[in-house]
Design a protein around this ligand. Sequence first.
Ligand code: HEC
Ligand code: HEC
Length: 254
Amino acid sequence: MKGLRLHTLTRLAVVAGLAFGLTWTGLLAHRAAGADSTARGEALVKSSDCLSCHAIDHKVVGPAFQSVAQRYAGQPGIVPKLVEKVRKGGSGNWGSVAMTPHPNLSTADLTAMVEWVLSLRPAAAAKKAPAATAPPRTYTYTVNGRRITLDFPVFTTDHHVTPAIFNGWERFDSYCYRCHGEDAIGVELAPDLRESLRRGMTREQFISTAMAGRPGKGMPSWAGFFSPTEILEVYEYVKARSVGLVAPGRPGGE
Ligand code: HEC
Ligand code: HEC
């Protein structure tokens, strides 16, 4: 009898102790798991194709991740909705450009990624003010007596093309040429991209189309393969070709 009661008391003590201990370790574990899963989310975003189209603090093809966090702050049930959106892709909430679908990412991975995005806080507005008020730089060149003004340089001071234009040409003639023609001269398979720019396609439209592709129309998506800077260099090369500043072939001296 006595033995049994002692046993029961010990059990109770153990249970109470466990419950108390669990509450604490439970809380701590929960916090640690939160931090771990955010860190995991960040790592997953960096190793996936997200950063071809998104940046933390400015719009690229898709909205700044800080703007996404701001728009959905405190909305209950938002995580699974955004997980489905990233999985299926699509447009409409931020504009007419569509996000590519991500059918191969697990729900757990997508959840960690979306939770990391939603954890971002907007940077202090003061930091951005100077950049916003700086006048845009322009570069003026003369081609066959015509003056052409661009918002990026084509030549360095020693009359050679900039590294960006050179890299853009190399990339174009490695990856885009097989459909769009060597040196962007245009072929039957795909549009002459010099013409696309002459008809008014903007830098943003060029980069969005290159990253998102045109599903079902033979234009592949380059998200995850190129960074926004790498596609920007391709744009600058094609733009310089479209205004006649760069001739076909390996760009060199002026
Ligand atoms: C090809 C470009 C592209 C890629 C790659 C891309 N996104 Fe997007 N993303 C967009 C665009 C465009 C939108 C805006 C869609 C809209 O207007 O509804 C967007 C919107 C979002 C939104 C907000 C959705 C909403 O409905 O408000 C989240 C969250 C997001 N992206 C996360 C990601 C994550 C995470 C990845 C990587 C797994 C990723 N994106 C990859 C282009 C892209
Ligand atoms: C496998 C063939 C293929 C490759 C490789 C390819 N494209 Fe395309 N691209 C196309 C096709 C086809 C279209 C036209 C799609 C349509 O009908 O809307 C297109 C359209 C475009 C457009 C829109 C042009 C317009 O006037 O609407 C841009 C911009 C573009 N491609 C950029 C690129 C860039 C940059 C690369 C290299 C990084 C590249 N493409 C590689 C096939 C390709």
